[in-house]
Design a binder for this molecule. Structure first.
Ligand SMILES: Nc1ncnc2c1ncn2[C@@H]1O[C@H](COP(=O)(O)OP(=O)(O)O)[C@@H](O)[C@H]1O
Ligand SMILES: [Mg+2]
Length: 337
């Protein structure tokens, strides 16, 4: 389907059923034994709350099963800038740490480094990977441990407002990732990729064996995502999943935004997560307090957590049309309730 056709396409609302193996909401068994109807009452209370806020009593009934060989080296990429790569890296990284996996997030966006800001760790970055490679410090000195979740560590490639040394390319980053594997043996290495498809992009994708492509439902972002998918495949990365970010159901309903079904048709990639547009993302960015830590959790925070869950299990989700009236189910239809 061509882009103009997509824009005219019948608006479809998103319905993302959580597979039975991945409950978003607690099963009655996991709830405290407070009487048979308390679960229903709790859900009714949740429905009466403002859209975007859900109960803080949400809990997961089990830990996700880690699929694939560890460490999993995942690059978060997009082509276009400003679509949410760094936001996704911070929130998925923190969610993985909260799920008890050891995670190193690597900020490979040299020109516009800001993963440290999103994680609230900017004052603690003393050394970077460039200094490790120059022999000026040890690898563990360049790793910044998160205060809240010590199994999450941040590694920045270089200092802000500096240019990457000429010799620092894909091979150098692969060396750094290999050193991480040897010294830390993390479950996940998540690389935040810079925008564009030039040297910085090539450097960031070289050590990865899987990719998460972040896109927004607009044609410029989709065109770049399509181009990047081809480049990732050329580089031998076959495991590519996508996150559709900044989705607005009101715009989809009004035919002013492509639906996730349309995006998936256009890119043909398995879907890892769908993140709604949420003002809380901006607030949390400015506070250096990733969204997934918000209490009560917001829909975008829960969507990032679900994406992290699927990443662990190498699972995907399905976007389908929702037939029923949207007013009836509001934002909850977003998660297939
Ligand atoms: N789901 C969302 N809802 C609202 N704002 C968002 C969302 N995702 C990202 N943003 C905002 O978009 C901007 C760009 O996000 P960022 O993660 O830095 O993109 P990238 O790393 O791709 O350049 C930031 O200001 C961020 O707060
Ligand atoms: Mg970024």
């Amino acid at each position: 389907m061509s882009a103009p056709q997509l824009l005219r396409a019948t608006p479809s609302l998103l319905h993302t059923p959580s597979p039975p193996s991945q409950p978003l909401f607690p099963s009655p068994k996991t709830l405290p034994p407070a009487g048979g109807s308390s679960h229903q009452r709790q859900r009714q209370r949740q429905r009466r709350r403002a859209p975007g806020a859900v109960s803080s009593e949400l809990q997961w009934s089990r830990k996700p099963q880690l699929a694939g060989e560890t460490p999993r080296v995942v690059v978060i990429t997009s082509g276009k800038g400003g679509v949410g790569k760094t936001t996704t890296t911070a929130n998925v990284g923190l969610s993985l740490a909260r799920l008890d996996f050891s995670v190193v997030v690597v900020d490979a966006d040299v020109g516009l480094r800001n993963l440290d800001l999103l994680l609230g760790l900017e004052n603690r970055v003393n050394y970077t990977a460039v200094e490790v490679l120059n022999g000026d410090c040890r690898l563990d000195q360049a790793l910044v441990r998160d205060k809240r979740w010590p199994n999450l560590e941040l590694l920045c490639i270089s200092k802000p407002r500096t240019k990457l040394p000429l010799g620092f390319g894909g091979k150098a980053l692969t060396w750094v990732v290999d050193a991480l594997k040897a010294h830390r043996a993390p479950d996940f290495v998540i690389i935040d990729c810079p925008a564009g498809i030039d040297a910085g992009f090539i450097t960031a994708i070289t050590p990865a064996n899987e990719a998460v492509l972040v896109t927004t439902p607009d044609i410029t972002s989709l065109r770049d995502a399509d181009r990047v998918t081809g480049l990732l495949e050329c580089d031998g990365i076959r495991d590519i999943k996508m996150v559709v970010n900044r989705v607005r159901l009101d715009l989809i309903r009004g035919e002013d935004m492509m639906s996730v079904v349309d995006v998936q048709e256009m890119l043909g990639l398995p879907l890892l997560g769908v993140i709604p547009e949420d003002a809380e993302v901006i607030r949390s960015t400015n506070r250096g307090f990733p969204l997934v830590l918000n209490k009560p959790p917001t829909m975008a925070g829960l969507a990032f957590e679900q994406a992290a869950w699927r990443l662990v299990e190498q699972d995907t989700m399905k976007a389908v049309m929702v037939e029923e009236k949207p007013q009836k189910r509001g934002w909850f239809s977003f998660f297939g309730r």
